[in-house]
Design a protein around this ligand. Structure first.
Ligand code: PXP
Length: 246
């Protein structure tokens, strides 16, 4: 038995909804994808209800809540509208992310240090509703300092690592992520990571023992087009386990 903690896999179903929204049909159904993913071993289901509703819709969250056999992680921006939705829906987890209308996907982490009161108030509201909050941040010491006492979980933005196109930059970013994860764990946070991860680049992140959860969407759903969702999850899970030494 390895003493390295288990690494959970949160499957993000947003891009099943992206395909549906492209045609305005009622298929493919992200809720059906979530149930399939849970049956195929996903430890949690993540969905991002964006302000512009470009993929996940309010009714997806409503339908998923009573059916999902694994914890739901709702990604959302720090707005009054989203806070009201989350506090009414009460998913197990909320991950607060920055959101820009023009971006294709989440760019960069939350600037907690730049808006400490706003984020502290949001965390308090979610906490009072019984929701475990995660803050999606870049692996920067200033953000870790600003996050102290606000939430039980931090999710490290791995986007810069995933986008780096040379080995030296990637290695340096893995060092940075590992150092940050160590400090965050020592400070009492549960550390998650995600963004841009896939079967080819997940191993160095999965090998960081202080990280206990990965949230992966786009590459997993893209791979599922060719080999099906259970196969894509199995492939990714095998890579995570291999990297973890399990
Ligand atoms: N974590 C967070 C906070 C995100 O915003 C996203 C994208 O929705 C992901 C993880 C998953 O990223 P990807 O779709 O690139 O795997």
């Amino acid at each position: 038995m390895s003493s390295v903690p288990k690494l959970r896999l949160g499957v993000n179903i947003d891009h099943v909804a992206t395909v549906r929204q492209a045609r305005g049909t009622d298929y493919p159904d992200p809720v059906a994808a979530a149930l399939l993913a849970a049956g195929a071993g996903a430890d949690g289901i993540t969905l991002h209800l964006r302000e512009d509703r470009r993929h996940i819709q309010d009714h997806d969250l409503k339908r998923l809540l009573p059916l999902c056999p694994v914890p739901i992680n709702l990604e959302m921006a720090v707005t009054d509208e989203m806070l009201a939705i989350a506090c009414a829906a009460r998913p197990a987890h909320v991950c607060l992310v920055p959101e820009k209308r023009q971006e294709r996907t989440t760019e960069g982490g939350l600037d907690i240090a730049g808006a400490p009161r706003l984020i502290a108030q949001a965390c308090a509201r979610l906490h009072d509703a019984g929701i475990a909050v995660s803050l999606f941040i870049d692996p920067e010491a200033a953000q870790l300092d600003a996050a102290q006492g606000l939430a039980p979980n931090l999710e490290i933005n791995t986007g810069a690592y995933a986008e780096a196109n040379d080995a030296k930059t990637r290695d340096a970013l893995i060092e940075k992520i590992a150092g940050f994860a160590r400090s965050a764990t020592a400070a009492g946070f549960q550390v998650h990571a995600g963004h841009g991860l896939n079967c080819d680049n997940v191993a160095p992140v999965a090998a960081i023992a202080d990280i206990v959860e990965l949230n992966i969407g786009h590459a997993l759903i893209a791979r599922a087009l060719f080999i099906g969702l259970p196969g894509a999850i199995a492939e990714l899970r095998a890579e995570m386990l291999r990297a973890r030494g399990h």
